[in-house]
Ligand binder design. Structure first.
Ligand code: MIC
Ligand code: SF4
Length: 641
């Protein structure tokens, strides 16, 4: 039988393991990326491993998340990342150069290569035919040191596209349609491969919007074939030599096939507070809005913003609406400016923000109390905008621009004919904001600068055979890493300072958690299904580790977060019978017995001393994961190997 595209790339990069779904495989990683909010930890971990220089073909450190520099903390982080990058052979993309995924797509992505990034939207590279995964910082550190990246061999979902998008309907609507079909957990354990005749109607930036949002269905990654359209994109970026045609075999087998007729789609929106709460825009037209944000790694390409400029041209936004536009990269911004489209955007009353993540991660532009914000972003989790009671809708750039003009959610098809936009044959290339590393000789004596905001990594401890702990927190389904370790302008400056971050842990759910966890000394957390969905931030594991969390017991886990917990030496366990979730109560005194034997058998016994009951838990770990847990996490395991 033939192979799917993802299976072909996996086969070429397979270091060990069987390519049967669910079994652990080790992959060789060609490229890595980090961003600043996860990067400081990743480089501290890389330094702790003790490798002299990165062993990948290409590693890039981007500064894009926390660019406000309100105080010395961010600036310290940036200096640390710049100097560590120069010393160890990593390219450094300056603040202002753009959002990691957009810049990587433009300048560095190569079809058929593997990429891991310490950011959950790294699968954006799948728009170019790369096999790209979001991962925890420690996994990226190990890959930079030449180590393998371990995942469970995914199942294969194929989405067959037919037809062609109607005017005013965009790639974002394709993503939202898939979220409607599959929900935020429908892609867990699977790679989504996009195929069918309809693929030929989508440009690389549109494909990248779709692979970017594959993260929201929980997919391991998403990928498009590399075809003539890919070649044209790479050629226009002056990189035709990076092109290589790639597709699945005609007789490749898939675990599930989903058909989407592009011609049948209409503008969609994800309603508060989940990306899969999808409705038709035409049904939401009476929703009044306060704010519109256009940008993020999902929708900030030149194509998207030329479309926005065309809608806004010679018009004014509604007086009660505030509109922000954040171009995805310096290349996008410069080209918008060169062709006059930027003036059209500004003349409409929009505010121009930096080429960075900005409002997407709550770095400014938080809505007012109870404010309604429509955003071209990928996540609308509660509180993520920085305003706890804000109502955030996720839409396409076309819907965002149309709504900014009217002051309520607007179906752009009501605007009449869609203005034509054309993409350039050649993009403007200027890589001067990417600083090359020092040569190996000069690097030997180079200093890495660490300001006072850079605090050491929290200490882990080897596993014990019996763990007594308090059930300090019980939470429900679909808990995101934004619940566990919120981001935003107040907290992001402390990404290198775990003790300080700990004060904010689970703040969205229960502000007393940090104090109570410290008082308990040793904590178990109980959660519902899809625990840890969303971002790749390992802070959602490292901060709980610092607060004494020893195990998380849930109905099910999101992939990257489960890996981050194990990397931090915290055991992720699931209920053998999900109904037992209801039998455990917050503040119960719990004991996990015979941990060593249970690790071998995969079946764990939890005693609830407060209630006098026993609950069966499951934890089927690979040999490598067992060793990591026993050692107290990936770092002690890697150093002791
Ligand atoms: C996000 O979109 O949530 C982030 C911020 O990009 C995170 C990474 C982080 O928390 O630093 C992600 O998606 O992995
Ligand atoms: Fe940045 Fe938002 Fe993309 Fe995360 S989702 S990388 S915060 S733009």
């Amino acid at each position: 039988m033939g192979l799917t595209l993802a299976q072909k790339i996996i086969k070429e990069h397979l270091i060990s393991g069987e390519m049967t779904p669910g079994s652990e495989i080790a992959l060789k990683i060609d490229q890595t990326l980090t961003q600043d909010a996860t990067g400081t930890m990743a480089y501290l971990e890389f330094e702790a491993i003790g490798t002299e220089r990165v062993k990948t073909e290409l590693s890039v450190a981007y500064i894009d998340h926390n660019t406000l520099q309100s105080g010395f903390e961010n600036a310290d982080d940036h200096t640390y990342i710049r100097t560590v990058a120069a010393k160890y052979g990593i390219r450094f993309s300056r603040p202002g150069n753009g959002i990691c995924h957009q810049v990587h797509l433009e300048r560095f992505g190569i079809p058929g290569k593997t990429l891991i990034g310490s950011d959950s939207h790294t699968p954006t590279g799948g728009g170019l035919g790369m096999l790209a995964f979001g991962a925890g910082g420690m996994d990226v550190a190990v890959a930079m040191g030449g180590g393998a990246y371990y995942i469970k061999m995914p199942k294969m979902i194929k989405v067959v596209l037919t037809g062609k998008l109607s005017p005013w309907v965009s790639a974002k609507d394709v993503s939202l349609e898939l979220l409607r079909i599959l929900s935020v957990k429908g892609g867990v354990g699977s790679v989504v491969e996009w195929g069918g005749e309809g693929v030929k109607t989508l440009s690389v930036p549109e494909r990248a919007t779709i692979t970017n949002m594959g993260t929201e269905i929980g997919a391991t990654t998403s990928i498009f074939p590399s075809d003539e359209i890919t070649r044209v994109f790479l050629a226009s970026q002056g990189r035709e030599e990076d092109f290589k045609p790639l597709c699945s075999d005609p007789d490749a087998a898939y675990d599930r096939i989903i058909n989407i007729d592009l011609s049948s789609l209409e503008p969609l929106a994800a309603c508060p507070h989940s990306p899969d709460n999808v409705k038709k825009v035409s049904e939401l037209e009476n929703v009044k809005i306060d704010q519109v944000c256009i940008g993020s790694c999902t929708n900030s390409s030149l194509r998207d913003l030329l479309g926005v400029a065309a809608v806004l041209k010679n018009k004014k936004i509604a007086p009660e609406v505030s509109l922000s536009v954040s171009p995805g990269s310096k290349q996008v911004l410069t080209m918008l400016s060169d062709c006059g489209a930027l003036s059209d955007i500004l003349a409409s009353g929009a505010r121009l923000l930096e080429c960075a993540c900005g409002p997407c991660i709550g770095m400014g532009f938080s809505p007012g109390s109870g404010g309604v914000s429509i955003r071209t972003f990928n996540r609308n989790f509660e509180g993520r905008s920085g305003t706890r009671d804000a109502q955030v809708y996720l839409v396409s750039p076309e819907v965002a621009a149309a709504s900014a003009l009217t002051g309520h959610i607007t179906d752009p098809r009501t605007l009449g004919e869609r203005p034509e936009i054309s993409l350039p044959d050649a993009y403007r290339i200027d890589d001067s904001a990417v600083i090359m590393p020092l040569d190996p000789e000069a690097a030997k004596s180079a200093q890495v600068l660490r300001g006072p905001n850079i605090k050491p990594f929290p200490t882990t401890r080897p596993l014990e055979d019996s763990i007594d702990a308090v059930l300090t927190l019980k939470v429900g389904d679909n808990i995101t890493t934004d619940h566990i370790m919120p981001a935003g302008a107040k907290i992001l400056p402390y990404r290198s300072n775990i003790p300080k971050m700990a004060d904010f842990c689970f703040g969205v759910c229960d502000q007393s958690f940090p104090e109570r966890a410290k008082a308990a000394g040793s904590t178990f957390i109980v959660g519902g299904s899809n625990y840890g969905q969303g971002s790749s931030r390992e802070h959602a594991a490292l901060v709980p580790l610092y607060l004494g969390v020893r195990a998380v017991i849930a109905k099910s886990f999101a992939r990257i977060h489960a890996a981050n917990l194990i990397n931090a030496g915290i055991i992720p366990l699931t209920f053998a019978d999900p109904a037992d979730y209801d039998r455990l109560e917050q503040d119960d005194r719990l004991r996990l017995e015979d941990v060593f034997a249970s690790l071998e058998s995969g079946s764990f016994a939890l005693v609830d001393a407060t209630r006098g009951i026993r609950v069966k838990l499951c934890g089927a770990f690979t040999d490598r994961q067992k060793k990591m847990l026993l050692a107290g996490g990936l770092l002690p395991y890697t150093k002791g190997e």
